[in-house]
Design a protein around this ligand. Structure first.
Ligand code: KIV
Length: 272
């Protein structure tokens, strides 16, 4: 049964803005492939993020840095083919927008043209303002991302909570306003204190979506593989697992192997 305040047939950047006005929380998950995206969309997820976390969960890298623009487009195009309702946002990967605003625009155009997605997401604050504004001139909606920004992991040194101290918190608030003023349609806040995230959500008119940022924001996002329990070694406090797919899939694979070895599979009814 739907718990939505208003039914949206197709989600656009305007729909999620309306959700914020209605006080309806926005649901967002990551997706990188057709089959998973089809299930999440059928369940009624509002936003699907083709995150550069694909570098970790799909490609097995330690960080998000190695994934390329071509690889992001490949994942995004697979997701686009699956989806009828959700808004599809794609991460611009590391090294494809930090150089200059022309490079950022070219990268965003390639994503939109070659995948058919609806918007892009960039990590950073005032240092990427010019790039955001240039992307917007081409009519491409931009989602911002502040707090723990994994593309800067070697600058931070750890994946610990960000903006706990006053100076960094003040910078984050300032950057959030810069992103809104630049024209971002929404903002992701990752791993920052709940109170600070709530303050940003209250001060901004655009939707603020949190991951590890508490419940005072306008919506929540998780990495699907973590939320479904397909990964099992990553256990941050903010993660709620809805399934234990790692254990279920491990068990199923073990049973399959056993059935083959014992000549139980296939049986008479499972052959021609
Ligand atoms: O890449 C990603 O999955 C993300 C989310 C964690 C917000 O950016």
């Amino acid at each position: 049964m739907s718990t939505a305040k208003k039914e949206f047939k197709k989600i656009t950047t305007h729909s999620i803005q309306e959700m914020k006005s209605l006080g309806e929380k926005i649901s967002m998950l990551t997706a990188y492939d057709y089959t998973m995206a089809k299930i999440l969309d059928a369940a009624g997820i509002d936003v699907l993020l083709v995150g550069d976390s694909a570098s970790n969960v799909m490609h097995g890298h330690e960080t998000t840095l190695p994934i390329t623009l071509d690889q992001m487009i490949y994942h995004a195009a697979s997701v686009v083919r699956a989806v009828d309702r959700a808004l599809i946002v794609v991460d611009l990967p590391f090294g494809t927008y930090q150089g200059n605003s022309k490079e950022a625009l070219n990268s965003a155009i390639r994503i939109m043209k070659e995948s058919g997605a609806h918007a892009v997401k960039l990590e950073g604050g005032k240092e990427i303002k010019e790039s955001i504004e240039r992307i917007l001139t081409a009519g491409i909606p931009v989602m911002g991302h502040l707090g723990l920004t994994p593309q800067s992991i070697y600058k931070f040194g750890t994946y610990n909570v960000r903006a706990k101290e006053e100076v960094e918190a003040a910078q984050l608030i300032e950057n959030a306003h810069v992103l809104q003023k630049s024209g971002c349609f929404a903002l992701v806040l990752e791993k920052i204190p709940a109170k600070l995230a709530g303050q940003v959500a209250k001060e901004l008119s655009i939707p603020v979506i949190g991951i590890g940022a508490g419940n005072l924001v306008d919506g929540q996002v998780l990495v699907t593989h973590d939320m479904m329990g397909m990964t099992h070694e990553f256990n941050p406090r903010f993660l709620r697992r809805y399934l234990s797919l790692y254990d279920e899939m491990l068990g199923a694979t073990e049973r399959y192997i056993k059935d083959i070895k014992t000549k139980d599979f296939p049986n008479d009814k499972e052959q021609y």
